[in-house]
Each structure stands twice: as structure tokens, then as C-alpha cells.
Design a protein around this ligand. Sequence first.
Ligand code: 13P
Ligand code: SF4
Length: 305
Amino acid sequence: MLNELQKEIIDLKEEKNAIILAHNYQRKEIQEIADYLGDSLGLCMKATQIKDKDIVVFCGVDFMAETAYILNPDKKILIPDARADCPMANMLSAEQIRKAKKQYPEAAVALYVNSTAEAKAESDILVTSGNATKVVNALDEDVVLFGPDTNLANYTQKFTDKEIIPIPGDGHCYVHKMFNPGDVAFKKEEHPNAEVLVHPESNIDVQEAADLVLSTGDMLKYIKESDKDEFILGTERDIISRIELEIPDKKCYPLLDDAICKTMKLHTLEKVRDCLLNEEPQIKVPEELVKKSKQSVERMLKASK
Ligand code: 13P
Ligand code: SF4
């Protein structure tokens, strides 16, 4: 049952011809009113299918909303709290990419979608946690500059003959960095029948201690299709809210209770309502950067089909 505020948002959304896109790490009450919930790849794909809408309310972090803008510069892209950024995205600057390109002129630049619009403009192609291996293997180049996430770079290296060079070399997500192999052992003892699924942003020793390494969207798909009933999830804990909404018969436990992405949680129902009412704050990307980065987004979408 939806509460009064949720109903108010749904009415406003109809009135303004808006769509609400939300990432799997959003609060449960926001997940309940989203038109589409997904991982970064799913959200990118959905952003190509919103031609009939005037407004997109993007409940995620800024790089996700910027990618939606790059694909739809003619639409109003609203973000309920403009402070919702991804610290990892800010770990790699456009200048650092330009320097690396000078050092490795033969290399392609495959950039994690968790990056700034300025960095995206310097890339050849984007990747997400759900398609990195596929995208890298589809490249013509044998050397690939890959950033900002070092763990995803090292994970991808395991499945390709290409040489992956992580840039800047220490980029990481503070939420997934919290996990260590001891947490996996501890949770396994508590739930011996549970399978351990971790995100590729986790450290390599945590990935090795887990049963599977998956993006948030792939975790969901795997759990839906699995015969197993219990899972320990090494990612942001609100992924479990989505599982409770969509697969309530499966039991999922967070690998760590405090694996919380603080900026994802800046969005609240009140802010979703207010941004629809005021049509602010808006996410915009300068025209020059849209031109330069659009090709990288589209190349990724093509390569991940
Ligand atoms: P997904 O694409 O797997 O949802 O990951 C995005 C992200 O920011 C993980 O921390
Ligand atoms: Fe960025 Fe980590 Fe939050 Fe994902 S969980 S948005 S990588 S800080």
C-alpha cells in the first residue's frame, strides 16, 4: 500500500508527463514508486527509451543522471538532491586521462560509467559492471586504459587477453572497499546454506572468497532464476529492498550491515516530490561534452547487445 506522499508523487508525475528512474541502491520507499529500477547498464538502456516523456526524475548519483542527459539533451533531467555524487567518479580527471593517452598512444580508453562528464569526453567507450568484459573484448586495440575503478579493472583482466592498465591506479568505491575475506567467512558461518554474491568493485581477495561476482542487475537476475533460497550480498545493502519487493520468497543478508552509499541515500520522497513541483534541481552537461561523450555511451550500448 502506498502512503499519501507516494500517491502525491505519482499524481504529480502523471501531470508533468515525467518518469522516475531509480538505481537499485535507493531507499525502499523510492523503489516502490519508480517506473524503472535497475543497475547502471539497465538505467542507460532505459534512458534511450523515454522519447514520449518530458521530464526524467533520476534517483541515483550524478554520473547516472548525466548519462541520461547525454542521451536526452532535449529533456529535463531532475535529480532530487543535487549533492548526490559518486566519490569514485571524482577520482579520475580528464587531465589524468589525457596524460595516460600520451603515455600509451596505442591504447583504447574504456571508462567505467562511474566517471565525470569531462572524463567521459576523453574516452573511446564506456563500460558498466555488467558488461565490462564483453565491451573490452569487443575492442580492436590490445592495450586498454581502464578507470577509475581498479578492482573492476583487475576483475576484467581475468577474462581478457588484452593488457588492461588501471588509471589512476587507486580508484575505488569506499562502500565496496569495506568488505574483506573475513566478513565472507563470518557470514558464511552464520548462514551456511547461503551463496555469496559480490560486486566487482569489491577487493580481489573478497571476489575470490565469494561464489560469484556480479553487477547489481545480474545479482537480481541470478537470484530470481536460482534454485537456492539464501544469499549473502556483498554490495550496498538496499539491493535487498529490491529483492524483498520482487522476490520475497528468497532470503538475502548483507555482507556488512553498514555497506551504505551515503550519497545515494540523500534522495528522499519529500525531495522527489519537491523536484517535480519546482522542476529543479536539473542536471545539465555542457553541449561540447555531450557531443564528445555521446559516442562512447552509444558504442557501449551497441557492444553490450
Ligand atoms: P551497478 O551498475 O552494478 O548497479 O553498480 C553501480 C555502482 O555504483 C556500484 O557501486
Ligand atoms: Fe559510487 Fe560506491 Fe556509491 Fe556506487 S556505491 S555510487 S561506486 S560511492
